[in-house]
Design a protein around this ligand. Structure first.
Ligand SMILES: *Cc1c(COP(=O)(O)O)cnc(C)c1O
Length: 573
């Protein structure tokens, strides 16, 4: 290989578009879904963070991830005889998963007790492209499990991530120019950064202003349980000393986390107050978030923008379909370009359908259902706002249709109402009268999602509007040519038009259910019977939605709208 060839094969979007820019992004998240064997994610938030790192690696973006290594991981889901979720935690063995122990340790004070964390590195990379390091802090006892439920345990984990994460990067000799706080969990990192600046002689106010200018914050949900709140007493006990070292009084600290209309210390208000760049994850969520947090800036326009989420196409487009797309000259690994996916329409309709049938057959082997019938997929976390029971609300009418349904998803270990909904669906799927048409697949994770989604014909999402801030499984379906039938919430409110699927208004349960059945009976089932029209729908879904909802598009937006301006604002000081 000549040196020019080496250069061109190594050229990335970053090296071509931004070679002269100085940037290092530190991306902090409580969860990362990068590999099914590393269960340190519970659902959409973690997988999004994993996809962010993968897309950054492909783009050549200078970015590192920072998270926690939960020794017990997230649970493996089983089902009891009563159809109730069972939870098993299997210890993670970092070495066997290709994690490397870094030669540094980090100390963090937790209410008078000093804990020492080891730091592991996991290289996130896709094929021969550049990689992004993910640093995971590990304190045997503290990082036992993701979401154990105890508030004190939780604030200790969040301090370890925020404060320990900043110290780990320094110990590794890294000097990030921008910190991205992915959901409020890691927002204590700002207090630690202030402490360092004040230690170098800066005033407390100047330090906070400096930190604001180099911090990007992404809020992910309007659901109250997703916006974490701690008791003031707990915050003062755990963070008071650190804040004092940063020149921040106890009173000022509590004011930074005050929420407009509830008691306690909110991690979302803290993150919003300490970041100059804040965003929601879809256009509609942007509107909701601005309204939700308007009370934080009574005399000002709330400055929350939006970057609509995306999915990492290399992870989520089924390999067989990816091959077929490449044969038409489409490159899922390249940054999305105008018209870059139009060639999907030139693919021979019969070959295209045969590829989809392969994926349907694979799912059929897994589910025990047939490969032929119209298959509806519904898989996501069982949170009650997702209304998993809606499609089953008139069972007789549903079962009269020539369709079958594949359901999967975990409920949060503490979410009793979510577990109840799940149990009812599992019981239903075990009823002999229904069994041939409804199946529940256990232990939804990255691998199962990769098997289910491309093998379906319709992807269903029926959240209570406006609680689905974005939703990403629908994007994974769309990029595999699986049309969505969903409530006009989150990403679908932006993506929907009749050429790529069907829409529900998102009003009352009764109205949405009635419209759902009408669409299935009058539109979806008849259209599915017309193979040519259906393939056209599938191809349009891919050609229009893959470039628009690719994670590379989202990461490029973050870079150009937030990371680079934040790095410049900091340098300009
Ligand atoms: C994509 C994904 C999710 C998130 O799905 P939503 O539709 O956004 O709720 C959750 N779990 C797994 C395993 C996924 O792959």
């Amino acid at each position: 290989m000549t040196s020019t060839e080496q250069l061109s094969s190594a050229a990335t979007w970053w090296s071509q578009a931004h070679a002269d820019d100085h940037l290092l992004v530190a991306y902090f998240s409580m969860e990362f879904g990068v590999d099914v064997r590393l269960p340190i994610y519970s659902g959409g938030l973690g997988i999004l963070a994993g996809d962010h790192l993968k897309a950054a690696a492909e783009l050549g973006l200078p970015l590192v991830g920072v998270g926690l290594l939960y020794r017990g991981g997230y649970f493996t889901q089983g089902l009891s005889d009563e159809g109730r979720q069972t939870e098993t935690y299997t210890p993670i063995d970092p070495q066997s998963l290709g994690l490397h122990r870094e030669p540094v340790t980090v100390h963090v004070d937790l209410a008078g007790e000093t804990v020492t964390a080891a730091v592991w590195r996991y290289d996130v990379g896709v094929g021969p492209t550049s990689t992004v390091p993910l640093y995971l802090l590990d304190v045997d006892l503290l990082t036992d499990a993701l979401y154990s439920g105890d508030r004190e345990h939780r604030i200790r984990q969040e301090l370890l991530l925020g404060v320990g994460g900043v110290r780990a990067l320094a110990a590794l000799g890294l000097e990030p120019t921008v910190f991205h706080v992915n959901e409020g969990h890691s927002a204590f990192l700002a207090i630690e950064r202030a402490r360092i600046l004040v230690g170098h002689g800066m005033s407390g106010d100047d330090a906070l202003e400096h930190i604001r200018r180099s911090t990007v914050f992404t809020t992910h949900t309007p659901v109250p349980a997703g916006n974490e709140v701690f008791d003031d007493v707990l915050v003062l006990r755990y963070v008071g000393g650190l804040a004092a070292d940063a020149g921040i009084s106890g009173e000022t600290l509590l004011a930074l986390g005050r929420t407009p209309d509830t008691d306690g210390f909110g991690m979302t208000p803290l993150a919003l107050r300490l970041s100059a760049y804040a965003n929601a994850v879809s256009a509609l969520h942007g509107e909701v978030a601005r309204e939700m947090w308007a009370g934080l800036w009574p005399s000002q326009e709330p400055r929350i923008g939006h970057v609509t989420n995306g999915v990492h196409l290399g992870t989520w487009i089924a390999p067989e379909l990816g091959e077929l797309l490449r044969s038409a000259g489409v490159r899922p690994e390249a940054p999305p370009a105008e018209g870059g996916w139009d060639a999907v329409h030139e693919l021979d309709s019969e070959t295209f359908w045969q590829t989809h049938m392969l994926l349907k057959e694979r799912l059929a082997r897994l589910s025990g259902l047939g490969a032929g019938p119209l298959t509806i997929g519904f898989a996501r976390r069982f949170a009650t706002y997702k209304r998993a029971g809606l499609v089953f609300s008139d069972l007789e009418r549903l079962l009269a249709l020539p369709v079958q349904i594949v359901v999967a998803g975990k409920a949060h270990p503490q979410d009793v109402p979510g577990k109840d909904v799940m149990q009812r669906i599992v019981e239903l799927s075990r009823d002999p009268a229904v069994a041939g048409q409804v199946v529940f697949l256990e232990n939804y994770n990255i691998e199962l999602a990769q098997a289910i989604i491309p093998g379906c014909d319709i992807w269903l999402n029926t959240p209570r509007k406006p609680y689905e801030a974005s939703g990403t499984s629908g994007m994974k379906a769309a990029v595999n040519g699986v049309p969505n039938l969903s409530v006009l919430d989150g990403w679908w409110a932006e993506a929907y038009d009749p050429s790529v699927g069907w829409a529900l208004a998102g009003s009352s349960d009764e109205a949405d259910a009635a419209e759902l059945y009408r669409l299935l009976e009058d539109e979806v089932v008849p259209r599915f019977a017309d193979r040519g029209a259906w393939v056209e729908l599938m191809q349009t879904s891919i050609a229009r939605l893959a470039p628009a909802f690719s994670m590379q598009r989202a990461v490029i937006e973050y870079t150009e709208r937030y990371y680079l301006p934040a790095a410049l604002a900091r340098a300009g000081r």
